[in-house]
Design a protein around this ligand. Sequence first.
Ligand SMILES: Nc1ncnc2c1ncn2[C@@H]1O[C@H](COP(=O)(O)OP(=O)(O)OP(=O)(O)O)[C@@H](O)[C@H]1O
Length: 338
Amino acid sequence: MSESDAADDADAESDSGDDARPGREIWIEKYRPQRLDEVYGHDDTVDRLQSYIEGNDLPHLLFAGPAGVGKTTCATAIAREVYGDDWRGNFLELNASDERGIDVVRDRIKNFARASFGGHDYRIIFLDEADSLTDDAQSALRRTMEQFSDNTRFILSCNYSSKIIDPIQSRCAVFRFSPLSDDAVAEQTRDIAETEGIELTDDGLDALVYAANGDMRRAINSLQAAATTGDVVDEDAVYLITSTARPEEIESMVTAAVEGDFTQARSKLDSLLTDTGMAGGDIIDQIHRSVWDFELSDRQAVRLMERVGDADYRITEGANEQVQLEALLASLALDSEE
Ligand SMILES: Nc1ncnc2c1ncn2[C@@H]1O[C@H](COP(=O)(O)OP(=O)(O)OP(=O)(O)O)[C@@H](O)[C@H]1O
């Protein structure tokens, strides 16, 4: 297994949630906050959620935001706070993209909502990836929500709230989870390294934060994967394990193109794709994140953004990544001749 596979492997294990190998506990589960006040970042969200719980007035909730920022964590923390040790029996977690379809999801919701309650007013159903449901399936879900609204609270999680039909949105309190701040990711990652007795260098921490790009799950998985490769987690270990380019590598490729040296820019691109093993889409993302940090004139930066947008769209539509990236660099090099 290559080292970059090790990071993916940690991701895959996190999905399955268990790892039978002794001594290799998955840190994202080990360090998942159990209470709302342990969640990093999202202070306003946590305050509002706590006041619902304190007022015994929990509405249906819709959590929208990117992966690995704490949506599932907040849902389970709510359940722990509402039910205490009983929480598992009163909390049903389902994935809406379950291949067996919305009917299976509805059946499970019905069975769960009809079961006896052990003294609580309602049970909580957490439906992950709700935006993967078609509009028809969401309409069916809305009816199910109404049918059981006396004794269930739904927490829906999705990447984009715009993909959730209005009748569901209007029945939920909507919370937007942004990517976590670099400070929040750094704090949690440093704490875990300290608890695990790992020597994490300052540049290693910076690299973890950069590679995570606001995704706490990715930061923790990368730390764990990097910690298995040596005694010290430094930036070399992190960039290797995460298949991430150093910001300066991206900058030197773009700068070469902007200065008209297409051959050099192309060879740097080749090295990122082949030696670092990056996907073209990730290179586009990294350029996009750093455009305003490069030493470019406003006009050059705006041009670059425009080209990044074109390449990103075409890659999403299935175009060849290497061709698109080379075309992006070529057009920057041609601009230098104007
Ligand atoms: N805000 C946070 N504070 C502390 N830890 C966090 C936070 N967000 C994520 N984590 C860590 O990352 C792991 C994954 O987070 P979580 O399952 O909550 O992500 P998510 O937002 O639900 O993502 P997805 O949409 O992919 O399901 C958690 O187990 C926890 O260890």
